[in-house]
Design a protein around this ligand. Sequence first.
Ligand code: SF4
Length: 249
Amino acid sequence: MEKVSLIVERLDGYSQVARYAFLSYPRAMTSEEKISLIAARLQDRYGPVEVCRRDPVEELITTILSQNTNDRNRDRAYASLMDRFGSLAAVKDASPDEISAAIRIGGLHRQKGGRIKQALERIAAERGKLDLSFLGDLSLEEALDWLLSFPGVGRKTAGIVLLFSFDEPYFPVDTHIARVTRRLGIVGPREDPHARMNRILPKDPHFMRQLHLHLIRLGRDVCRPRRPECGRCPLADLCPSAESILASG
Ligand code: SF4
């Protein structure tokens, strides 16, 4: 009884769905049930996130720029690229050194400059123009394979292009999502987070986009790599890691 009232107290302020979904599960939840409850809690905490659909080539280049840096530096690097060259077509014709110099603010600029040059040249050579709209005519697996064949493009980058530019149901996992889902016990210590999350999530692109953005926000604000703040986490009563983290001070 005491445990139930503690849970009710913790859930105070949440929507009916996020509040009572948990209380109506006296048995152990399946991963799918847990995911839908987590999504409802995060929706309550952070609200809906507005997502603008970007051109897929721009999304690909932006995502390459985002590797190993934060959103602010990614945006500054992209703005600097556009200030310097004016268009992605002009970036394609620039030398890797010129591209690297323009994106220095984003970190790993030499590596990223080479990858951006290679990606733009290959798209233009294979498609005749800087246009990836043909990916929308392929199956999800074919589109994923095509994007993964680019140097430096992994499943996170390919997934972001497919989910955010093509409305395809593929869930990209970044470093924050990998850490949070492992702590939550949704992904096992030796499991591949992309394979696991894409197996258990509903094939709903809108649901995936919101959950992707909400889990990243939770990972940055609360479930940080060091010193996660379980005491103010909306998922603490669902998280098998919370007790030991709280006990360790
Ligand atoms: S309870 Fe703690 S470990 Fe679990 S998700 Fe929240 S912040 Fe992370």
